[in-house]
Design a protein around this ligand. Sequence first.
Ligand code: A3D
Length: 313
Amino acid sequence: MSYQRKKIALIGGGQIGQNLAMLAAMKELGDIVVLDVADYVNPIKGKALDLMEMAPHGNYDANITGTGDYQDIAGADVAIVTAGKPRVAGMTREDLLATNIAIIKDVAAGIKQYAPNAFCIIVTNPLDAMVYSFYKLTGFPKKQVVGMAGTLDTARWRAFIAMELGVSVADVAGTVLGGHGPDMVPLPRLTTVGGVPLAEIATKEQIDKLVLRTREAGTEIVKLFGKGSAFFSPAWSAIIMAESFLKDKKRILPGAALCEGEYGVNGLFIGVPVMIGVKGVEKIFEIKLTDEEKAMLQKTVGVVTATVAETKL
Ligand code: A3D
């Protein structure tokens, strides 16, 4: 029986892209092609070569290449899009819209032409509007397109809870809904630590503080960096989604999926729990929310609606 390695196209080889390449290699998800703009092709080729030379220690077999040519992503099984500008201190994610929509138009055309069957994970900000734009521009089926944000926001929520309570992060389970911005909706009511409801082991003050820190987590890092945004944790989050698709793991992860009635949302990509398997976004799970949670979700949907309107797509 012949086995052909899967192919992973990483569109954008900056801070997140290079970490995606390393993680995809270390997890042996397949061969990796990193694509960037013409001016950056040599650095990207150099990074790919560096990763090939790390293989004897990383103990992986994968062909890792850098390119500026979309032909080289032909037939990719997965495309992870990080092409675009990140924030600098003082910027909101929405401030990136004008610059990044032009980039997403270019990327959507390239993927549509050369990798029309790839499962596409969008990371570029402002996330919810960029994933919507990519979907509209490619015309791909909705199952084939997802935005990575909730998986990261949930990782941050879990990490902050573990840090606050001094417990293992492995035992913290929970989810974050909504758009990728300061109005996102962490759900303390449904969060548990080793099966114990969060509200039974943390005070209301602690929970309020954790919610706020999660909502502002990206900005906390941008402020510390001054220039650029988080990259290790976003890369891992996107890789987990790619892995669930490639290995048909059917993980249930928060991702920006096209809602058509779910949560009362119509025609928008918004962060909801999705099952990712070999068919892509195989299912959206609808959680019964309290009135207070519904109101918070509505607020974030309003913000996403306004940003999406600016794309004029
Ligand atoms: P950065 O290190 O600047 O890398 C972006 C790369 O994209 C650069 O190497 C650019 O040369 C490249 N690029 C620009 N235009 C094109 C194009 N047309 N085709 C191909 N490549 C291109 O940024 P980064 O990796 O830190 O962040 C990438 C994006 O992810 C930004 O928009 C961030 O805001 C976003 N981001 C999203 C999250 C989410 O949770 C959704 C988290 C962190 C960052």
